[in-house]
Design a binder for this molecule. Structure first.
Ligand code: FDA
Length: 515
């Protein structure tokens, strides 16, 4: 539109003046406008959900990929001056595409060039820039030490910027908690273009960005993290059981024990529809596990706490921790270099939702899920059950904004995928997962029906695109992600970004803003 063409020109002119009149410069190669042939490749590069690649998906006026911290304040200044939105992108894994899609005119600040990682094995800490991927972080840690690790997600291409600021969990969750629980310092650029660290940002802001979502508060440049001890050898196994092999009973039983296991033991379950050997449709549960120790210790532990699974020595493999990262991500364990890849080949169309389970679901409740999985749209649907307990029970609900601690047995991630050929039928798949979500209501957390912010779901509530979002409107989704921590997040937001410059469909509102 004409309006957006003007905004675009004014913004670019502002940038060029800013860089002309200060000591900081920026190479024109770092600024991509739609008539630049690299614009589309750079936009698509880190998109992780093909739902947001269609022609009709709103596109940014400009993509900026700064190389130096001091370039970023100019981008913030010119965006403010011209009433243009900024979407900050690190790894691009946002489930609803919020880091690269907006209904109102916007630019993408892409931190692709901020991917430095410095590991201090002696101090057991590391500085990680926001555009780095967790796979590269794992790789760099392992390069220095076989007995250090970090609790973060399973998929290596996830970006540190979104992941740490929204929580971040993986197979070390029961022993060490979330990524955000293990952040000890950070560098952020605020709405005034000031670069702050833990000390200068103060306790409130430092609290907010560890789980409250970075995008509401500023541009997070880098994180200092506490590395954690892992043993020289860990054990992994994946045991699959179909309905004919008592999958329902095993899942039912798992619910009573998985959160009480020894903290060194993490067993998650991936459930999907498959064909069995006689080509009949069935449900398969994959019990996928890591134990922070050797098989000789694991076997008696399993015999005592979960004999029903029938785990035997042949199911288990001992390996280093970094190899277990590869194993969980589905890669051959011999070549850790794949962890340095910034993109993954398997990008699909999907929609996901999350739930917390506080009382075991009865067998008939599970069977109702299976019935939904037999429907056509669930061809590539999946639920992933991740056990809580362990240290998660000992961290207080208000320690960081992420509130889902004691009282939760496990978390479910509901996922439905579909292919290019079904792109025009996306609504069918989305309504399937909404039906699954309604079906689950009696079995999961209530008041609020809690959700994990890193599994972003715009169905649970959104802000206004235009005009003011009231506290009570934002609280609808905010209470689900953050419970009572939402109120403190609003106070922090009102203090650090009163004009609500950093905003999106699910950003924390400022009480003073007219937006
Ligand atoms: P992206 O760049 O899309 O950012 C996400 C949000 O954070 C956006 O709102 C963005 O604006 C904001 N943001 C990003 N960088 C910022 C910065 N530097 N400063 C301020 N705001 C910033 N989660 C998990 O806990 N465990 C797991 O195992 C997995 N696995 C997984 C696999 C796959 C394939 C996907 C697609 C996603 C996951 N996730 C996950 C979810 C993941 O943690 C979540 O999507 C993160 O927010 C992704 O962070 P990115 O930086 O990649 O996203």
């Amino acid at each position: 539109s004409a309006a957006s063409a003007d905004e675009h020109d004014n913004f670019l002119e502002c940038l060029s003046n800013k860089f002309k009149n200060t000591t900081t410069s920026i190479s024109p190669n770092l600024i991509y406008t739609p008539n630049n042939s690299s614009y589309t490749p750079i936009l698509r590069f880190s998109i992780q959900n093909l739902r947001f690649t269609s022609e009709s998906t709103p596109k940014p006026l400009v993509i900026i990929t700064p190389e130096q911290e001091t370039q970023i304040p100019h981008v913030i200044y010119c965006a403010k001056e011209n009433n243009i939105h900024i979407r900050i992108r690190s790894g691009g894994h946002d489930y609803e595409g919020l880091s690269y899609v907006s209904e109102i005119p916007f630019v993408i600040l892409d931190l692709i060039n901020f991917d430095g990682i410095t590991v201090d094995a002696e101090q057991k800490t590391a500085w990680v820039e926001s555009g780095a991927r967790i796979g590269a972080l794992y790789y760099r840690i392992a390069e220095r030490s076989r007995t250090l690790g970090f609790p973060a997600g399973v998929c290596p291409t996830v970006g540190v910027g979104g992941h740490f600021s929204g929580g971040g969990y993986g197979s070390l969750l029961r022993k060490y908690g979330l990524s955000a629980d293990n952040v000890v310092d950070a560098r952020i650029i605020d709405v005034n273009g000031k670069i702050l660290d833990r000390k200068s940002m103060g306790d409130d802001l430092f609290w907010a960005i560890r789980g409250g979502g970075g995008a509401s508060f500023g541009v997070i440049l880098a994180w200092k993290i506490q590395l954690v001890d892992v043993p020289d050898r860990v054990s992994v196994f994946t045991v699959s059981r179909t309905l004919e092999q008592n999958a329902t009973q095993l899942i039912h039983r798992w619910q009573y024990i998985a959160n009480n296991f020894d903290r060194d033991l993490f067993i998650r379950i991936l459930v999907r529809r498959v064909n069995n050997i006689s080509q009949n449709t069935t449900i398969r549960a994959e019990f996928q596990s890591i134990f922070l120790g050797g098989v000789d210790t694991l076997l008696p532990l399993m015999q005592e706490s979960f004999p029903e699974l029938g785990l035997v020595r042949e199911d288990c493999i001992e390996m280093s921790w970094i190899q277990s990262v590869l194993y969980f991500a589905g890669f051959p364990i011999e070549s850790p270099e794949v962890l340095l890849n910034r993109t993954q080949p398997n990008v699909r169309y999907f929609k996901a939702k999350s739930d917390y389970v506080q009382r075991p679901i009865p067998e008939y409740g599970l069977e109702g899920i299976w019935r939904l999985f037999y429907e056509q749209e669930a061809d590539e649907a999946e639920i992933i059950l991740s056990p809580y307990g362990g240290i998660m029970d000992n961290i207080s609900e208000s320690s960081i904004p992420f509130p889902h601690r004691a009282g939760n047995l496990y978390k479910i991630q509901h996922l439905v995928y579909w292919g290019e050929n079904e792109a025009l039928n996306s609504d069918r798949y989305i309504s399937w997962i909404r039906r699954l979500y309604s079906y689950m209501a009696p079995y999961v957390s209530r008041f609020p029906r809690a959700a994990y912010m890193n599994y972003r779901d715009l169905d649970i509530g959104v802000n206004n695109n235009e005009g003011k979002t009231s506290y009570s409107q934002a609280r609808i989704w905010g209470f689900k992600y953050f419970k009572n921590n939402f109120d403190r997040l609003v106070r922090v937001k009102t203090k650090v970004d009163p004009g609500n410059f950093f905003r999106n469909e699910q950003s924390i509102p400022s009480l003073y803003s007219s937006w």
